[in-house]
Design a protein around this ligand. Structure first.
Ligand SMILES: [Ca+2]
Length: 338
């Protein structure tokens, strides 16, 4: 079964090759770096010779909020990738050789941005010491080439270098990802790590469950929302991995939502691969922002994390909600952009 999925993903990948090559040119670091932060947009549809690259699902279907099991799956990364490390230069790697240091999170074949850097270091391209810190639930870089205080900037194909306060070992890698490691001041890293420690402490206080103090959807606020896993992206994440999409699906379980629409995007001319679901309707029945997203009416965006890093200061990053892994954030906000 998995073999069939992988084979079909590979064929889709070949079909998208021409698109991806265009992207390589259009997202050269020099231009992306200058791009002002804006609102990440769901890509437009593109016709794939092996079938449509978009597929929409209205939930619930016959009372069931599960995404149908024949939904599309993500392609495995296969193009040579590059990482820039400040002061050291650029390093290329073959994604098929990158082991996942978080097999507790990533399904076979998938891995994180941190895995790429650790792999290059393990191969001897530079010296890096790192360790897993359970108090933060993440891998921490101690030093690279004798220097401390490293953090990263990254984006997917067609995006820009987000400022982010998100764990690097939970950031899924895919073809076209741009990654750069930079030295930061110690105070800034301390604030990020403190926010991680706060999440782990909150989860511990809730006896290992994810309970989010504040979830905002448009104008409606829900407090202390328990979140359970729905395994929507079982092709990419291990069973039991909780994502930002699970927050909505948990509210649906709690009968707070009437209908949702999820649309899978495979890619677009300016961004491929995407291979994720976008939330295109959150209908809670109050008459505000209940309709489907459309170019005319608007669309949903979200952010999640610690209050310390709101919006483009770190929580609004371009990882789609279906693969945005949560530890135990302080808040999740969905807002409608006209
Ligand atoms: Ca509403």
């Amino acid at each position: 079964m998995r073999g069939q999925v992988a084979a079909s993903g590979y064929l889709r990948l070949l079909a998208a090759l021409a698109v991806a090559l265009t992207v390589t040119v259009s997202c050269a670091p020099a231009s992306s770096e200058q791009a002002a932060p804006g609102a990440p947009a769901p890509p437009g549809s593109v016709q794939d010779s092996l079938g449509p690259s978009t597929a929409s699902y209205y939930l619930p279907q016959e009372g069931n909020w599960a995404v149908p099991s024949d939904a599309p799956t993500a392609r495995i990364a296969s193009f040579e990738g590059t990482v820039d490390i400040e002061g050291l230069g650029s390093f290329t790697f073959d994604p098929s050789e990158v082991p996942a240091l978080r097999p507790d999170i990533f399904w076979h074949g998938h891995f994180s941005l941190f895995d790429v850097v650790a792999h290059l270091a393990d191969e001897g391209w530079f010296t890096m010491s790192y360790h897993y810190d359970s108090r933060l639930d993440t891998y921490v870089i101690e030093e690279i080439d004798g220097e401390m205080n490293w953090w990263y900037r990254a984006h997917y194909a067609g995006g820009w270098y987000d400022i982010n306060a998100f764990r690097m070992d939970m950031y899924p890698y895919k073809d076209g990802t741009q990654l750069r490691l930079l030295r930061q001041n110690e105070d800034y890293l301390g604030r990020i790590y403190n926010s991680f420690a706060g999440e782990v402490a909150r989860k511990s206080l809730n006896l290992g469950r994810v309970v989010i103090p504040e979830v905002r959807i448009g104008t409606v606020v829900f407090n202390d929302v328990p979140v359970s896993c729905h395994d929507v992206r079982a092709d990419l994440l291990q069973p039991g991995t909780i994502t930002a999409l699970d927050v909505l699906l948990s509210l649906a379980d709690q009968k707070k939502l009437n209908q949702m629409k999820l649309t899978w995007y495979g890619g677009a001319s300016d961004a491929a691969p995407v291979d994720s679901f976008f939330v295109e309707q959150i209908d809670d029945g109050d008459g505000l922002f209940d309709d489907e997203a459309s170019p005319e009416s608007g669309r949903w965006l979200y952010e999640t994390g610690a209050r310390e890093f709101p919006g483009f200061q770190g929580n609004h990053i371009s990882i789609p909600s279906d693969v945005r892994i949560l530890v135990s954030p302080e808040y999740v906000s969905w807002y409608w952009l006209d």
